[in-house]
Design a protein around this ligand. Sequence first.
Ligand code: F6R
Length: 245
Amino acid sequence: MEFIFKKDYDEVSKAAAEVFVDIIKNNPRAVLGLATGSTPIGLYKELIESNQRGMIDFSEIKTFNLDEYLGLAPDHEYSYSYFMKDNLFNHIQIKPENCHVPSGIESDYNTYCSHYEELLDSAGGMDILLLGVGENGHIGFNEPDKALSARTHVVDLTEDTIRVNARFFESVEDVPRKAVTMGMGTILKARKIIVLITGENKASVMERLFNCQRMDPEFPISFLVGHTDVTVIADEAACKNIREK
Ligand code: F6R
């Protein structure tokens, strides 16, 4: 696992954008794995700008998002589908049929999750996957547990995650209790993984990851130690506990 340390959020976003721009320039048909949340917004702004300046072409790019809340339709303003359109897809030249965000409103998730995996496999798998990390170490919505699921599946969100994500909703009661997420095996199959960690609220997860040697399902991001091409890009605030030592 490689660590790159940057001064602040903007620098992290720019460094991540450089990696994505390179991938897209080298392979205009690349398959991107994408995340939502506060962390990637700066990167998405950079990619929009690069697209508008003609530096990168999204016309043959395919994307697969990590996760979605259960019960929220794609046009719901708090759904991850809506987030992706609002923060990226509506501002770049990408084909809507090439953008995949798991559906939050399926009746049969056994069938649906297999279908999502098959779609990803038939696109050739992810050339690069962007990850943020939860304060509890979750990646996607793979929450700390005694064991983690390999494939795309439905999860119960932890009280921690519901509390932390309430900032995106009117109230904590409005946060869905379940989500659908890529599994750890799905994530680890990505050929390259970029993790962005920013802000003081991520200092303790950053410290734990920095010192991490083994896979622990109670700390899901630790599974990335088993992957050969992971780059963590973090800002000074997130590295607070590491720098103080
Ligand atoms: C979102 C996702 C989550 C977030 C994580 C951090 O698609 O998969 O794992 O990356 O909860 O969220 P932020 O960036 O809001 O701190």
